[in-house]
Design a protein around this ligand. Structure first.
Ligand code: BG6
Ligand code: MG
Length: 211
């Protein structure tokens, strides 16, 4: 019943969500901000500066725009170091099988990640050519939970939002999919991704004909 599937990247296709966590945790603690997995859950799917603002809201002092840019750069350099040795070994179980199943079913495939490192990560994983369209995060004005990035993907794929299945591991990402008027498949826990239409543990359970 769907004409396209639009995937998130970090935490869905590869475990870069963990690398983002490590890099943000170091950055937060360097500024005297306590950082744990619960806090990190709110940052998933949020763009770099938006995430930094959420972290610094708990800092003991305020920051100039220049200081914020420098901190964002520090986090990104750390993140880029963490992803520099990634390879196809870092694909999450079931990811390639899911992409190939969507392809065999004749649907269009999009990628909607707000990460400006998404093209690099896809390249390291060796799966760039599995996508019909990859949104360039640099051209997106509003981070998830705004639907902009999913609507852009649908538009470029030439498919109406109602005919799209969106796949997300983040609370903000599921909210973005629903705001775009799409069917939301959550990857994770039903008690976290409460807005998703269906939640599965990983793409190993992906079954296109079941949604
Ligand atoms: C999202 C991640 O995909 O990309 C966030 O879920 C991350 O954790 C965001 O902050 C922005 O990534 P980047 O690579 O542009 O800093
Ligand atoms: Mg994600």
């Amino acid at each position: 019943r769907f004409k396209a599937v639009i995937f998130d990247l970090d935490g869905v296709i590869t475990d870069t969500a963990h690398y983002h966590y490590l890099a943000w945790k170091q950055l937060a603690e360097s500024q005297g901000v306590h950082f744990d997995h619960a806090f990190n859950e709110n940052l998933k799917g949020i763009d770099r500066m938006g995430s930094l603002d959420l972290i610094l809201a708990s800092a003991p002092r305020s920051y100039t725009p220049e200081e914020k840019l420098a901190l964002a750069d520090t986090k990104n350099l750390h993140y880029q170091e963490l992803i520099s040795t990634m390879s196809s070994n870092d694909l999450l179980p079931g990811a390639v099988e899911a992409l190939d199943a969507v392809r065999r079913a004749g649907l269009r495939i999009g990628l909607a990640s707000v990460s400006k490192n998404a093209f690099t990560v896809l390249g390291r994983l060796g799966i760039t050519d599995k996508f019909d369209y990859v949104v360039d995060a640099a051209t997106i004005a509003r981070s998830k939970p705004d639907p902009e990035i999913f609507l852009r993907a649908a538009q470029e794929l030439g498919v109406a939002p109602a005919d799209c299945l969106g796949v997300e591991d983040a609370v903000a990402g599921v909210a973005a999919i629903k705001a775009a008027g799409m069917f939301a498949l959550g990857i994770g826990h039903p008690f976290v991704l409460t807005e998703a239409d269906v939640v599965i543990t990983s793409l190993q359970q992906f079954n296109l004909s079941a949604y």
